[in-house]
Design a protein around this ligand. Structure first.
Ligand SMILES: [Fe+2]
Ligand SMILES: [Fe+2]
Length: 197
């Protein structure tokens, strides 16, 4: 951890000034949920809390500015992101944590980068932040309760498998694009599972 890193309280104050209220409260929910999951799965609790708290920090930018903010930082914009620029908030956030909050930890940065569409070789920290974003207490959608139950029962891989599948089903139903990174993350879990049996 960088010595320059702010305290949690300083991070919360700054984040609260930059995000709209509901998104700030969502962020607190993700931080607490990520912390709980980190305890259950013996993942670094400090990293889980900070990554959860700051995962949406780039939502401070209006949607119309995300493309420019990504370009400014040299972030490659893929074909799916070109159609759905909102996805860029995850990648910009991975830079923003360092720029504004002094967080130089690469694992935190990576977990923020992957929180929306997943990615290849997701670490337990990546998985925790991804799943906490789906189940934090303010989230309300038909499958939310079912997913919250999984967070207390099954393995991290099994949780993610359901979470990634739900995310893919959701975008398919809406006739949106499926991000290849989400498919990769889901396939990897299934392949790990097959290799074990
Ligand atoms: Fe997000
Ligand atoms: Fe979020």
């Amino acid at each position: 951890m960088s010595r320059m890193m702010m305290s949690h309280e300083e991070m919360r104050i700054l984040l609260g000034q930059r995000l709209k209220r509901s998104r700030y409260e969502h962020s607190l929910g993700v931080a607490e949920t990520a912390l709980k999951l980190a305890k259950r799965f013996h993942v670094d609790e400090e990293k889980a809390y900070v990554a959860g708290l700051l995962h949406d920090c780039a939502r401070e930018f209006p949607n119309g500015e995300l493309m420019r903010e990504a370009e400014k930082r040299g972030i490659a914009i893929g074909p799916v992101e070109r159609v759905m620029p909102i996805l860029l908030h995850a990648y910009i956030g991975a830079y923003r944590v360092k720029e504004l909050y002094g967080v130089e930890d690469r694992e935190i940065s990576q977990a923020i980068w992957r929180h929306t569409v997943g990615g290849a070789d997701m670490t337990p920290l990546d998985q925790i932040v991804y799943f906490a974003d789906m189940i934090e207490p303010h989230r309300e959608y038909p499958k939310a309760e079912q997913l919250r139950m999984l967070a207390e029962t099954v393995s991290l891989d099994e949780m993610l498998l359901v979470g990634l599948s739900a995310s893919i089903l959701f975008v398919v139903q809406k006739q949106h694009l499926v991000h290849p990174d989400t498919v990769t993350a889901r396939n990897e879990i299934l392949m790990r599972r097959n290799a074990q049996t």
